[in-house]
Design a protein around this ligand. Structure first.
Ligand code: NAI
Length: 306
């Protein structure tokens, strides 16, 4: 039935070279983690400048990992960072990167047309049998792959990592109705091989984590709007009363209020099974913050000031 991988070495052999398309915070994180676990990686972005940014992000993050790994040995830290980075090639050509890859993970900006166009090119260039995967948070996997051949769809899945990738253990492995079991098994083996924990789920809006988190975040905002309690008290209540590591407003600010608005507006408008659901109806408070550019930690102000 299942081709079981005896070790992560076997999983590496099965997947081989990994191409990561998009070197932003997610793509750079994914490339870093794959290279740390001995995969050869090609990281692709639109310009040399963007690639250098991705590389600097990886170097900084790897530096922190190295400090923990070799606390009193600066030389060993440097060797570790250099060794991992030596496995990451940089390229501005998705086709070239995909040509030798067993797994291609797309992590470009959240735009359906762009993703579809990128995969049309990748499908023409990647070896037959390569796994093609998207890291999208909010777009249907089947929609991203709808223009591809039946054979490509069989090995097209979602690999949804969490931010920050080097720290967050979970990867949702999203299977469409067209994906075959072998592709899911291969993806699960890859995820385990890079030290993460896979959760396999169907291709429905929000997969598992965001499908549960977004209603929670939106209801927290509505609690605030109804004047039930302050953001600070709601956060304290959920941390100390429910054991959550962050309160809902801290979490919203960390994720980015624009991202939250983008997701719930999309679901409310056309989410499969969710369109018109009042849980995801616009919130005046959220809309106002986003309109004023208060997007959370990244802009220095959201529900809190930073
Ligand atoms: P980002 O904006 O940090 O990075 C996107 C990168 O894609 C940029 O470096 C950009 O130059 C590059 N890019 C744009 N067009 C490209 C093209 N045609 N070819 C190659 N590269 C191109 O975005 P981020 O946050 O890394 O998100 C990327 C994807 O990951 C999105 O689909 C998002 O939904 C998903 N995601 C984001 C999470 C987050 O917390 N930020 C969490 C999980 C998934």
């Amino acid at each position: 039935r299942v081709r079981a991988f005896a070790s992560s070495a076997a999983a590496q052999a099965a997947v081989g070279r990994v191409a990561v398309i998009g070197g932003g915070q997610m793509g750079a994180g994914i490339a870093q983690v794959a290279a740390t676990h001995k995969h050869d990686v090609t990281l692709v972005d639109v310009s040399q400048e963007a690639l250098e940014r991705g590389k600097a992000y990886m170097a900084k993050s790897l530096g922190r990992v190295a400090k923990k790994k070799f606390p009193d040995d600066a030389q060993a830290q440097g060797r570790f960072v250099d060794e991992v980075l030596s496995r990451v090639a940089l390229s501005t050509s998705p086709a070239e990167a995909a040509g030798s890859a067993g797994l291609v993970i797309e992590a470009v900006v959240e735009n359906i047309k762009l993703k579809q166009d990128i995969f049309a090119g990748l499908a023409a260039a990647a070896p037959e049998g390569a796994i093609l995967a998207s890291n999208t948070s909010s777009l249907p996997i089947a929609k991203i792959s709808e223009q591809l051949s039946a054979a490509r769809k069989k090995r097209f899945i979602g690999l949804h990592f969490f931010n920050p990738v080097p720290q967050m253990k979970l990867v949702e492995v999203v299977r469409t109705d067209e994906a075959d079991q072998q592709a899911v098994d291969d993806a699960v083996a890859f995820v385990k091989g890079i030290g993460k924990v896979p959760a396999v789920c169907k291709d429905t809006p929000g997969f598992i984590v965001n499908r549960l988190l977004l209603p929670y975040m939106m209801e927290s905002i509505r609690l605030l709007e109804r004047g039930v309690a302050s953001a600070r008290d709601i956060d304290a209540a959920m941390k100390l009363g429910a054991g959550y590591p962050m309160g809902p407003f801290e979490l919203c600010d960390y994720v980015g209020l624009d991202t939250i608005k983008f997701i719930v507006d999309g679901w409310h408008k056309e989410g499969k099974g969710l369109a018109g659901d009042k849980q995801f109806a616009p919130s005046a408070k959220l809309d106002e913050l986003v309109k004023n550019g208060h997007l959370g930690v990244k802009t220095g102000r959201g529900f809190y000031e930073y």
